[in-house]
Design a protein around this ligand. Structure first.
Ligand code: NAD
Length: 497
């Protein structure tokens, strides 16, 4: 039985024109009336103009979010919030194809990937819908004299700011909106300046599903303006941030004013380790796509690919063949495996590292060029493999955020663990082996928030992930994530007499 062909994506009608800010349930212009262009990275063409929100707009959004937090929304029951989340899911799935097409046009990822993102969001929404009872009240036993009853409450924290990166904005916003709606918090979302459109389109879906005015607000704009204002705002109780380590550090400083809580998911330079005994038929595509997926623009990409020396030659040859078979192209075109990079700035950054790799003595085994011809208007780079990389080279130390693999040879478990952990980051890691003992030893030994064994990159919203070291702190996903949108309160109730 043949499976029905996926529909051909169409250019969504939502693109074009000027987009406003979404504050208090209404579309409004930025207070200063300014706008900026947003571009399709596959063509370099302007696809819409975005409102340039700044401090005054963030302030309006925080005031709206606070009013909503203290208004009728605070009396919604867990069952009502659960029904709301499930209505959003239903409505989103009706608009799945449109949302995937907007995301692909706005940030470049192949349509197959953004269609999967919609499915992942559906899973995430249903998970958060299952957590609406997280704000529990329990009784605690005590040793106080008299007749004192003690209660432990968990209550919604308040207004949460979500600062979103461009590498997966439509899914990324759900790490803030999901737990906010589950717990009764409200939020202000600041999308990345390079990719805001899917988040803006989502606002109408949220409103249609019945999210009360002010519960979710969206302020587009630059990081140094709208982002910085949100991070510093005294009316914000928590910031959930994903992006670069450098910006993460600025957010920590900005949070000091009112000591707001933080959840930070920052950069990475993750090790992916292939042992000679691994099933290479699975390890080659698995490790390759652990970097090339989303054109390498994923924080936990396994860009430091350690391969045991006895299979290194064969592995690199197979990687070359696999890379040569990948189709790079415009995300809306059928059969594309890798779309463009997000911007000309990111293209320059990646090409700078490719040049540096060669200069520092790594051997270019595949790719390494910007693509021209009919792709010349966009920001396309071939899937790139460097072999014979030394762990001390810049390409093996700094986050490139592009489709670039550094293959580093190793001999023993101890040696590879030492190299794997010789990084300031601690986000992801992988191990490919048929030996259970090796799988255990290496997954325990890698210092990172998430480790995949004989697979790479899966993230389940109910399990979640996070980082250690300079990859940040605070868990995303699972009940722990939802509970980070609550604060605890003990009540001592003298019930004598
Ligand atoms: P960034 O950290 O500057 O941007 C991420 C988000 O933070 C955006 O919404 C941006 O507007 C906002 N922002 C920027 N400056 C801010 C500030 N001072 N205060 C508050 N918010 C601010 O990332 P970028 O410039 O888009 O990309 C730079 C590099 O960061 C990339 O090349 C990549 O290495 C890394 N990056 C990592 C991730 C990740 O998921 N770990 C995501 C995006 C980028």
């Amino acid at each position: 039985m043949s499976t029905p062909a996926a529909p051909s994506p169409v250019r969504p009608a939502f693109l074009g024109g000027s987009k406003q800010l979404f504050i208090g349930g209404r579309w409004v212009a930025a207070a200063a009336g300014e706008e900026f262009d947003t571009v399709d990275p596959a063509s370099g063409q302007v696809i819409a103009r975005l409102a340039r929100g700044a401090a005054a707009d963030v302030d309006r959004a925080v005031v709206a979010a606070r009013a909503a937090f203290e208004g009728p929304w605070s009396r919604w029951t867990p069952l009502e919030r659960q029904r709301l989340l499930l209505r959003i899911d239903e409505l989103m799935l009706k608009h799945a194809e449109e949302l995937a097409s907007i995301e692909t046009t706005d940030m470049g990822a192949p349509i197959t990937r953004t269609r999967n993102t919609v499915k992942w969001i559906s899973q995430a929404i249903r998970f958060f819908a299952s957590c609406t009872g997280a704000a529990t009240t329990t009784t605690a036993s005590n040793s106080l004299p008299g007749n004192v009853m003690t209660l432990n409450h968990k209550a919604p924290l308040g207004v949460v700011g979500g600062i979103i990166p461009w590498n997966g904005p439509m899914g990324g916003q759900w790490w803030t909106i999901g737990p906010a709606l589950a717990t009764g918090c409200t939020c202000v979302i600041k999308p990345a300046e390079d990719a805001s459109l899917s988040i803006l389109r989502f606002a109408d879906i949220l409103a249609e599903a019945g999210v009360p005015d002010g519960v979710v607000n969206i302020v587009t704009g630059y990081g140094s303006e709208a982002g910085a204002a949100l991070a510093a705002h005294p009316g914000v109780d928590k910031i959930s941030f994903t992006g670069s380590t450098e910006t993460g550090r600025r957010i920590v400083q900005a949070s000091a004013g009112n000591l707001k809580r933080l959840q930070l998911e920052l950069g990475g330079k993750s090790p992916d380790i292939v042992f000679a005994d691994a099933d290479l038929d699975a390890a080659v595509p698995g490790a390759a796509m652990g970097v090339f997926a989303n054109s390498g623009q994923i924080c936990y990409s396994g860009t430091r690919l350690f391969v045991q020396r006895s299979v290194q030659k064969e592995f690199v040859e197979r990687l070359q063949r696999f890379s040569a078979g990948l189709k790079v192209g415009k995300g809306l075109d059928p059969g594309v495996d890798l779309g463009p990079l997000i911007s000309s700035r990111q293209l320059d950054r990646v090409m700078h590292y490719v040049k540096l790799g060669g200069e520092q003595g790594a051997r270019l085994a595949a790719g390494g060029r910007r693509l021209g011809g009919e792709l010349a208007g966009g920001y396309f780079v071939e899937p790139t493999v460097f072999a014979g990389v030394d762990q001390r080279m810049t390409i093996a130390r700094e986050e490139i955020f592009g489709p670039v693999i550094s293959v580093i040879p190793f001999d023993t478990v101890d040696e590879v663990l030492k190299m794997a952990n010789d990084t300031e980051y601690g986000l992801g890691g992988g191990v490919w082996t048929r030996h259970l003992a090796t799988a255990h030893q290496v997954s325990q030994g890698i210092r990172a928030g998430v480790v995949w064994v004989n697979c790479y990159g899966a993230v389940d919203p109910a399990v979640g992930f996070g980082g250690c070291k300079m990859s940040g702190y605070g868990w995303k996903g699972g009940l722990e994530h939802v509970e980070s949108f609550l604060y605890r309160k003990a009540v001592y109730m003298n019930i004598a007499g």
